[in-house]
Design a protein around this ligand. Structure first.
Ligand code: NAD
Length: 382
C-alpha cells in the first residue's frame, strides 16, 4: 500500500454472506466514486460473484483485493456491508472505525451491543431519516421500490390469467383485478407496475394523504372510515386500534374476494406489521388467486404466511418470500451502493480527506446507533 493510501481513509467491502440473497454492497461505479473522493478502497475477493461482476472490474475501478473478510492490513476506517454482520464479524472491526449496513436494530439488540462494545460507530441504513436531504441515501426506499415491482411481476407470472384487457376475435378478456394494501414506497411501485401491465388496480392505506398518489397512478383508492389515523413527523403510519383494524378488515375482505392478486405491503415502522388478511378472508377468495406478503420481515400482513415459501391455502397461493428486491439483485445492488456512497460523500470532510460524522447533524442523529463505546440512539438505549 502506498503512503498516500495509508494517509487516506480506508474503506473496505467484505463479501456478503446471507444465503439466498444475491445482492451485494459494492459495484465498480461505487469504488470509482470513493476513490475519486480521496479514499483507498479494498474489496473482498468474489464480492461481486453473485452478480457475475469479476474481481478485475473492482481492480480496474481502483480497489485492491483481499482474500480476507477484514481489510488487507486488518484495519479499515469504514466497513460497508448490505446485510447485517454476524456478531463474530463485529469482533474483527477496529476500535474507532465506522460500520454501515442494515442492522435490524429493532430486533437484534445483541448486534447493537456488540458494536458498542467494540467501540464501532455503527450506521443503520434502516434508520436514515425520511427527509428530502436524505432521500439519496435512503436504502429502505430504494429497496422497497424494487420490491414493489418484483412482487407484481412474480404474481403476474404465477397467475394463470393475463393482466391486461384483451379484445380478440375469440372474445374479450377482462383485465385482472389487483388490490394493494399499504401504499408506502413498495405499494406505490406495485400499483404503478400493475397499471403498466394493464390490470385494474385498487388500493388502501390508513394515511389519507395517499389517496391523491393512488389516483395519480390511475388506480382507485378504497375509502374506509376509520376515524383518527394520522402519521408521524417522518411520514410513517401510526398503529391502528383493535376496533379500527376490525373495521378495516371488513372492507378488505370484500376487496380481496374480488381480486386476482393481492399485494400486502402495510407496515408500522419499528413495530410488528398489522395482520390485514385473515384465514377467513383467504377462504372467501377465488381459488387460483395470489396473495403476496411484502411485510414478512416484520411479521407479515397475512395470517398463516410462511417466510420464504409459497403455500396454497384453500386454492389461494400465499407468497411469503423475503427480500423481494433481491429478485432484481443487479439494480438492487446498484441502488444500495449508490445510497451508501451518497452518504459517505455527504459527510466527507474534504480537508481532512475522511468521513466525519457530525453528531449534531439531523441525518447522523437519525441513523447512528452506536458511537464512542455506547448506544447513542435514543430508541435503542434501553
Ligand atoms: P412503511 O413500509 O413503513 O409502510 C408501508 C405503508 O403501510 C405505509 O404507507 C403505511 O401508511 C401503511 N400502513 C400501515 N398500517 C396500515 C394498515 N393497517 N392498513 C393499510 N396500510 C397501512 O412505509 P414506507 O414505504 O417506508 O413509507 C412511509 C412514508 O414515508 C410514505 O409516505 C413515503 O412516501 C414517505 N417517504 C418519504 C421519504 C422522503 O421524504 N425522503 C422517503 C421515503 C418515504
Amino acid at each position: 500500500m502506498s503512503r498516500q493510501d495509508q494517509l487516506s481513509m480506508h474503506i473496505h467491502f467484505p463479501k456478503e454472506t446471507r444465503a439466498g440473497d444475491a445482492r451485494v454492497a459494492v459495484v465498480p461505479d461505487a469504488v470509482k466514486r470513493l476513490v475519486k473522493l480521496g479514499a483507498s478502497v479494498s474489496v473482498e475477493t468474489g464480492a461481486g460473484e453473485a452478480l457475475r461482476v469479476p474481481d478485475s472490474e473492482f481492480e480496474a475501478a481502483g480497489a485492491s483485493l483481499t482474500d480476507d473478510t477484514a481489510a488487507p492490513d486488518g484495519r479499515a476506517d469504514l466497513v460497508v456491508r448490505l446485510n447485517k454482520p454476524a456478531v463474530a464479524d463485529v469482533a474483527k472491526l477496529s476500535s474507532g472505525s465506522v460500520h454501515i449496513s442494515f442492522t435490524d436494530p429493532f430486533n437484534d439488540a445483541e448486534l447493537t451491543r456488540s458494536f458498542a462494545e467494540q467501540n464501532v460507530s455503527s450506521v443503520s441504513m434502516e434508520m436514515i431519516p425520511r427527509t428530502t436531504l436524505a432521500q439519496k441515501m435512503d436504502a429502505m426506499s430504494s429497496q422497497a421500490n424494487l420490491a414493489g415491482y418484483a412482487a407484481v411481476v412474480l404474481a403476474a407470472e404465477r397467475l394463470d390469467r393475463i393482466l391486461p384487457m384483451m379484445m380478440t376475435p375469440a372474445g374479450t378478456i377482462q383485465p385482472a383485478r389487483v388490490f394493494v394494501m399499504g401504499v408506502g414506497v413498495a405499494g406505490l411501485q406495485a400499483i404503478a407496475t400493475a397499471r403498466r401491465l394493464g390490470a385494474r388496480v385498487e388500493a388502501f392505506d390508513t394515511r389519507p394523504a395517499v389517496e391523491e398518489q393512488v389516483r395519480s397512478l390511475g388506480a382507485r383508492f378504497v375509502r374506509v372510515d376509520l376515524g383518527e389515523t394520522g402519521e408521524t413527523a417522518q411520514g410513517y403510519a401510526r398503529e391502528l386500534t383493535d376496533e379500527q383494524l376490525a373495521k378495516q378488515r371488513e372492507v378488505m375482505a370484500a376487496k380481496c374476494a374480488e381480486s386476482d392478486i393481492v399485494i400486502a405491503a402495510a407496515q408500522v415502522f419499528g413495530r410488528k406489521a398489522p395482520i390485514l388478511v385473515t384465514s377467513e378472508m383467504i377462504r372467501r377468495m377465488r381459488p387460483g388467486s395470489i396473495v403476496v406478503d411484502l411485510s414478512v420481515d416484520s411479521g407479515g400482513n397475512v395470517e398463516g404466511i410462511v417466510a420464504d415459501e409459497e403455500t396454497i391455502v384453500e386454492g389461494v397461493r400465499l407468497v411469503g418470500h423475503r427480500g423481494f428486491s433481491g429478485r432484481v439483485a443487479a439494480h438492487a445492488s446498484q441502488m444500495y451502493a449508490a445510497n451508501v456512497v451518497n452518504f459517505v460523500e455527504h459527510f466527507w470532510d474534504r480537508e481532512a480527506n475522511r468521513l466525519r460524522l457530525d453528531l449534531e447533524d439531523e441525518i447522523v442523529r437519525g441513523c447512528l446507533v452506536t458511537h464512542g463505546g455506547r448506544i447513542v440512539h435514543e430508541r435503542f438505549r434501553e
